[in-house]
Design a protein around this ligand. Structure first.
Ligand code: HEM
Length: 278
């Protein structure tokens, strides 16, 4: 007779019941039959990635609160943790280098048409941080609630917009065209904003917290780029240049997304800062 985990959870508070481990550890349903020895590994990597995306989104609400309440140090605290989580996500993708092409081919066809394109949380992270390509909404046609949620986020200020509004309230001359931009679109480099950020880097005076925040934002953008690059390379070594299960060209498509930046001026400023800048 199997254990009634439900009763266990209701009965007493302990490690297992608090973390709802019986439920959590029962969610790995393999599709291969007989079980492919590597499918469990594949499922757990994806499930843990989704748990971490959930935490990224949770921390992001703190980040937004920090900006909206003009508490830059609180925003900095939140973004540091988000960056650290994304660093772990990159390392987690690398775990897949232990999955050989033969091993993956042993169960890949059973997953079709499941694809990372359908990750609502990944897309929510992208949309929240400002990468708002409407093409990806197509993958949620059959999930109207998720699609509506993404569309709502698409019409709200991005994390970068929140940071720049906060910078403006702190007395900095953030260009109006940046503050009034069309938020449904991804950010486009603005030279005047890059010049403002350069001047803050060069003359932070008693506002060095902004430099710390900008650097933490670049750290996070870097982790997001590294995630995409690491994922693309992993895809090439696992399935070569075959098409993705979501219908894209696979590796070739993923390469086109590698260098997307959420905070373009924070990168652009690196081109302008040179000898004698400090
Ligand atoms: C053997 C392992 C994996 C392979 C072969 C693989 C392959 C692919 C391919 C080919 C795509 C392009 C879309 C498509 O046509 O399906 C894609 C997208 C994606 N995959 Fe993976 N993937 C793997 C593991 C993972 C893991 C562990 C995650 C963790 C969350 C993940 C998340 C995503 C996401 C979020 C996208 C969308 C990326 C974007 O839109 O830029 N993948 N994957």
């Amino acid at each position: 007779m199997s254990i009634n985990y439900k009763d266990l959870v209701l009965e007493e508070l302990n490690y297992n019941s608090y973390l709802q481990l019986p439920q959590l550890l029962n969610l790995q349903n393999l599709r291969s039959n007989p079980e492919h020895p590597d499918e469990m590994f594949f499922i757990i990597i994806h499930q843990t990635a989704e748990l971490w995306f959930k935490e990224v989104l949770h921390e992001t609400t703190k980040l937004v609160t920090g900006f909206r309440q003009d508490m830059v140090s609180h925003a900095l605290k939140a973004i540091k943790r988000i960056g650290a989580i994304m660093e772990l996500q990159v390392a987690q993708i690398r775990l897949l280098s232990t999955l050989t092409p033969i091993e993956f081919a042993g169960f890949r066809d059973l997953l079709k048409p499941a694809s990372g394109f359908q990750s609502a949380q990944f897309r929510e992270v992208e949309f929240t941080y400002g990468l708002r390509n409407p093409f990806f909404l197509n993958f949620f046609e059959k999930l109207p609630e998720i699609r509506a949620r993404l569309e709502k986020i698409q019409h709200q200020p991005s994390i970068y917009d929140e940071a720049l509004m906060c910078l403006k309230r702190a007395g900095h001359d953030v260009p109006d065209e940046v503050l009034n931009r069309t938020v449904t679109e991804s950010p486009v480099l603005n030279e005047k904003l890059a010049a403002l950020i350069k001047s803050i880097y060069e003359h932070p005076k008693e506002e060095f917290h902004w430099v710390l925040l900008f650097e933490a934002m670049v750290d996070l953008d870097e982790k997001l780029v590294l995630w995409r690059k690491t994922h693309a390379v992993m895809v090439e070594r696992t399935i070569g240049r075959k098409m993705g299960t979501g219908g894209s060209t696979g590796y070739q498509f993923l390469r086109t997304r590698e260098d997307l930046k959420c905070f373009p001026e924070l990168w652009e400023v690196r081109n302008a800062i040179g000898a004698g800048s400090y």
